[in-house]
Design a protein around this ligand. Structure first.
Ligand SMILES: Cc1cc2nc3c(=O)[nH]c(=O)nc-3n(C[C@H](O)[C@H](O)[C@H](O)COP(=O)(O)OP(=O)(O)OC[C@H]3O[C@@H](n4cnc5c(N)ncnc54)[C@H](O)[C@@H]3O)c2cc1C
Length: 358
């Protein structure tokens, strides 16, 4: 089977990789460079507790399944590419500002009192009541992951066409036949739209970009990164050790601002202030970076994973805040679906929004 995938983010690359392993012939088109969309901008958290409060049961199931796949997926990608992806099962500490908030957390899992939280993160601000300890949370270096996925995909025999935007999917007698780009038509038996926040530009697919700004802080000599991921006061802090260069990522805003990725000095200062309210010593750390990216969000916040009406066009989008976490599960699910080996998960059926391509 011949498959064309639109979008070389973590979704398109990992689906393409699984399809190649199953014997398909795969071409991925990207309008820019591979893994430089939201996959590059993310914080890399595999936040199965912090991000799933009040989540739909199907999303929780998919996330827990993905979290279980992650250790094996990370080592498989590392072996195939030769690039370490920085997978660390570090746990996450979700801080409670007061005793009532700490009490409310007890229903979600084990909580630590102030002394317990400080034993994990010695530099925590005074006055924090403690927090929820999510031992099963992890993080990965998403930029290294993007690089590794690209190498693994190409080494497995996949064709990758950068700087090539899909303009339209052309159909004949109710079935898709090719993807039109400014220079060429790419024919295939099946098509997968994995174009992240831009997926809606290819048809009537209800995906909205949600902008997120983040900063990175570099420690002064001798200062240590916190061990776990930390959440509190509207920010999260993610330790990132890039082979010697240590950074603390601070994120992230949520703004519906179209495709605008401009950077705001006010947002930068707010993120920094939020981080310092949790760990006052961060005042001494240097601002090392500031960036923005676009998350793909559907109207109900759940992913779109499955075929549209024409049958041989599939969508893999709408992962919103969890596209890195969900990647290993989505890759297998979508590859199996394209090959006719598995059924759609009803909560993620794109048909709930009746997407069209004309
Ligand atoms: C600030 C921020 C922090 C985040 N933190 C986390 C986190 O900690 N954990 C987590 O799990 N998730 C996180 N996310 C969400 C996660 O990054 C996304 O859900 C995920 O990267 C989506 O992957 P994707 O491959 O679908 O999209 P993308 O990575 O955006 O890739 C889409 C690709 O499609 C290409 N494309 C678009 N249109 C076309 C076209 N017409 N033709 C050809 N190519 C096209 C783009 O160039 C791009 O390369 C974060 C996102 C942001 C913005």
């Amino acid at each position: 089977m011949k498959v064309v995938i639109i979008g070389a983010g973590v979704a398109g690359l990992s689906i393409g990789w699984r399809l190649l392993q199953a014997g398909a012939t795969v071409t991925i088109l990207d309008r820019a460079q591979p893994a430089h969309g939201a996959t590059w901008a993310a914080a890399g958290m595999l936040a199965v507790t912090a991000e799933l409060e009040g989540a739909h049961a199907a999303e929780r199931d998919l996330a827990l399944h993905a979290n279980a796949l992650w250790p094996g997926f990370a080592s498989e990608v590392e072996q195939a590419s030769g690039v370490p992806v920085g997978f660390v099962r570090s746990g996450a500490l979700l801080l409670a500002p007061d005793a009532a908030a700490l009490d409310a957390m007890r229903a979600r899992g084990p909580v630590l009192d102030a002394a317990g939280a400080r034993a994990l993160v010695p530099l925590l601000a005074d006055g924090i009541a403690g927090g929820l300890w999510a031992a099963d949370e992890a993080h990965v270096d998403n930029r290294r992951l993007g690089e590794a996925m690209t190498i693994a995909y190409v080494k497995a025999g996949g064709a990758l066409v950068p700087q090539t935007a899909a303009v339209r999917i052309e159909q004949k007698s109710g079935a898709a036949v090719c993807v039109l780009t400014p220079r060429h038509r790419y024919h295939a038996d099946a098509f997968v739209i994995a174009a992240g926040a831009w997926s809606g530009l290819l048809g009537d697919i209800p995906i909205t970009p949600v902008k997120g700004e983040m900063i990175a802080l570099a420690p002064p000599a001798g200062a240590q990164l916190p061990g776990p991921v930390i959440w509190g006061n509207g920010v999260y802090l993610v330790p990132r050790d890039e082979g010697g260069q240590k950074l603390l990522l601070v994120g992230a805003t949520m703004q519906e601002a179209g495709f605008d990725t401009s950077l705001s000095p006010d947002v930068r200062d707010q993120l920094r202030a939020g981080a310092q309210s949790l760990i006052p010593a961060l005042k001494q750390w240097v601002l090392a970076d500031h960036w923005a990216g676009l998350r793909p969000k559907s109207p109900d916040g759940l992913p779109l994973l499955g075929p549209v009406r024409s049958g041989n066009i599939f969508v893999a989008s709408g992962q919103f805040r969890n596209g890195i976490l969900l990647a290993p599960a989505i890759a297998q699910l979508m590859a199996d679906m394209v090959l006719g080996k598995t059924k759609i998960i009803p909560a993620f059926d794109p048909q709930r929004f009746a997407p069209r391509f004309v």
